[in-house]
Design a protein. Structure first.
Length: 211
C-alpha cells in the first residue's frame, strides 16, 4: 500500500497520531505537499463525506476523521504556501444572530475543509453586517448561514439584503442550512443554495467556487 493510501485509510479510522506520522514520513520522502493533501488527506475525508451522506458513518466518526485531517494539514500548511498551492475557494461560515447552535455549522466547516476549501468561521450569533463585511475584506466567494431556531431564520434574509446593499451580490453566493430551513424558504429570501446536510453543502460549495 502506498503511503498516500495509508494516510487516507488511517484518516478514515480517525487515527490522528498515525496520520501525523505518515504525513511527516511522506514529507521526508520528498512527496509534494499538494499531492499529500489531495491524494492522502482530502481523498480520505472525501470517503468519510460520502459515507456520512449514506448514513454509514455518523457525527462522532466525522469529528475524529476531521481531527486527524487537521493534524496532518498543520504539517503541510507552510509547505503548501511555499509550493503556491491555493485553496479551492474561500468560504465565510457562521450561525446567524440570536442563535447559539454550532454543531451543524462545525460539521459543515469540517466537510468543506475536507474538500480543500479555506473556511473562515465567524462562530455563532453573527450579525448580518459581519457576514458581509468579512466576506468583502477576505475576498470570500461564498457566505454560509446556519440557523437551528425558526425564530432566527429571518436573519438569513437580512444577510441577503445586506449583500445586495453592499453591491457584492453578483460576486458572492449565499448558502443557507439548518434544521428548520427548507428549499422553498431559501428561494423566498433570495439565497443561492439550500443543502440538507453537511456533505451536500461541501459538494455544493466546491461547485460554486469552480463556476
Amino acid at each position: 500500500m502506498s503511503i498516500l493510501n495509508e494516510i487516507s485509510e488511517n484518516l478514515q479510522k480517525g487515527r490522528a497520531k498515525a496520520v501525523k506520522q505518515l504525513v511527516q514520513q511522506a514529507i521526508d520522502e520528498g512527496l509534494p505537499a499538494g499531492r499529500i493533501l489531495d491524494e492522502g488527506l482530502l481523498s480520505g475525508m472525501s470517503v468519510i463525506g460520502e459515507k456520512f451522506k449514506r448514513n454509514e458513518v455518523f457525527v462522532p466518526e466525522v469529528l475524529v476523521a476531521a481531527r486527524a485531517m487537521n493534524m496532518g494539514a498543520q504539517l503541510l500548511k507552510p509547505l503548501l504556501a511555499e509550493e503556491g498551492v491555493k485553496a479551492a475557494g474561500k468560504v465565510r461560515i457562521g450561525t446567524v444572530k440570536g442563535d447559539l447552535h454550532d454543531i451543524g455549522k462545525n460539521l459543515v466547516k469540517m466537510m468543506m475543509e475536507g474538500k480543500g476549501l479555506e473556511v473562515i468561521d465567524l462562530g455563532t450569533d453573527v450579525a448580518p453586517e459581519t457576514f458581509v463585511e468579512t466576506a468583502i475584506n477576505e475576498g470570500c466567494r461564498i457566505i454560509c448561514c446556519s440557523a437551528l431556531l425558526t425564530t432566527t431564520m429571518g436573519v438569513m434574509e437580512e444577510v441577503v439584503k445586506k449583500a445586495e446593499e453592499a453591491g457584492i451580490r453578483d460576486k458572492v453566493k449565499i448558502m443557507v442550512g439548518g434544521a428548520p430551513v427548507t428549499e422553498s424558504f431559501a428561494e423566498k429570501i433570495g439565497a443561492d443554495r439550500y443543502t440538507p446536510d453537511a456533505a451536500s453543502a461541501a459538494d455544493c460549495a466546491v461547485e460554486l467556487c469552480r463556476a
